[in-house]
Write a protein that binds this ligand. Structure first.
Ligand code: HSE
Length: 305
């Protein structure tokens, strides 16, 4: 076998208080990635569809960096063409960079019979994130690779736990961020009271997943003292829309991943109303793209041929 075609899901990282340690996979949208081995000993990247100015130079591309690292760690000189058919909108906190690198590592592990463990694949795929956010965070890539709800149990060494996530309706208002990354603006000095509350919320999220309690899950993800204050400040109408969706019965609402998309979890009976509130609230923002009505998913990267 020298070619593989994969679908890799959009993911939403942080899930409220879990900065860099929580993420979940979404049922849609997906990117399609086709990997073809060749004997050139070179990596090439082709983007198809809405290419969104994503770099194709391997050292600037998340998938390129992850593949380089995989070849380096395994002492391989292998040519590979990476064809990425974009559906996930980039620069919005939907895990598009993680989706590409996760699929490349998953696919090369199969094509080259490397037998890498989940943690080894995640550790490689996260190296791609340096190209977009400047840091090798593992949350998005882990959710794209494994599906479900991801808890990074340890960064040093990488150790990831996948939890089965109950089926939640998930509304995502897609808003592009104006900078490439906002990580540099985040302050980690949040003080003792907020630090305790942040840890309590993280624990509550995990408990809510174990007990399959969506109302508890929603309450737990509504609070984040690390990323939400910085990222939501750059989203006009954020606080008003958040309050409106919660008043309309959404269980929880927060900023998705690196922003500036905003997500809400709800049930299928009020998904249209929640989507409508988010659309009306954000449509005037010049960086607004669209609203997705999707759901959580326990499936990660899958082979389609
Ligand atoms: N955890 C990362 C962040 C996700 O918040 O920057 C980036 O999509």
């Amino acid at each position: 076998m020298n070619e593989i075609t994969l679908l890799s899901p959009a993911t939403s990282a942080n899930v409220g208080p879990g900065y860099d340690i929580f993420a979940l996979a979404l049922d849609e949208p997906h990117d399609k990635i086709i990997l073809t081995l060749n004997d050139t000993e070179k990596i090439s990247i082709e983007l198809v569809g809405d290419t969104q100015n994503i770099p194709t130079n391997i050292n600037d591309n998340t998938a390129g960096l992850a593949v380089l690292e995989l070849l380096r760690r395994n002492n391989l000189k292998q040519g590979v063409n990476i064809r990425i058919i974009k559906e996930i909108i980039s620069g919005c906190g939907m895990g598009t960079t993680g989706a590409s690198s996760a699929a490349c590592i998953y696919g090369l592990n199969k094509l080259l019979n490397l037998n890498l463990s989940d943690n080894e694949r995640i550790d490689l795929a996260r190296m791609g994130e340096v190209a977009s956010g400047g840091s090798p965070h593992a949350d998005n890539v882990a959710a794209a690779l494994l599906g479900g709800f991801i808890l990074i149990k340890s960064y040093n060494p990488i150790d990831v736990l996948k939890l089965e996530i109950p089926d939640f309706s998930f509304v995502l208002a897609v808003i592009k961020k104006s900078q490439r990354t906002t990580r540099g603006f985040i302050t980690y000095e949040i003080g003792q009271e907020k630090l305790k509350e942040q840890m309590a919320r993280c624990s509550r999220v995990i408990h809510a997943i174990h007990t399959k309690d969506i109302e508890e899950f929603g309450k737990a993800i509504n609070v984040d003292y690390i990323a939400e204050p910085v990222r939501s400040a750059a989203i006009p109408e954020y606080q008003v829309v958040k309050q409106n969706v919660l008043n309309a019965g959404a269980y929880g609402c927060n900023v998705s991943g690196g922003g500036s998309s905003v997500f809400a979890i709800c049930n299928k009976n009020n998904i249209d109303e929640i989507a409508d509130i988010m659309h009306k609230g954000f449509v005037g923002n010049p960086n607004f793209v669209r609203v997705y009505k999707t759901r959580t998913s326990n499936k990660g990267v899958k082979i389609i041929s």
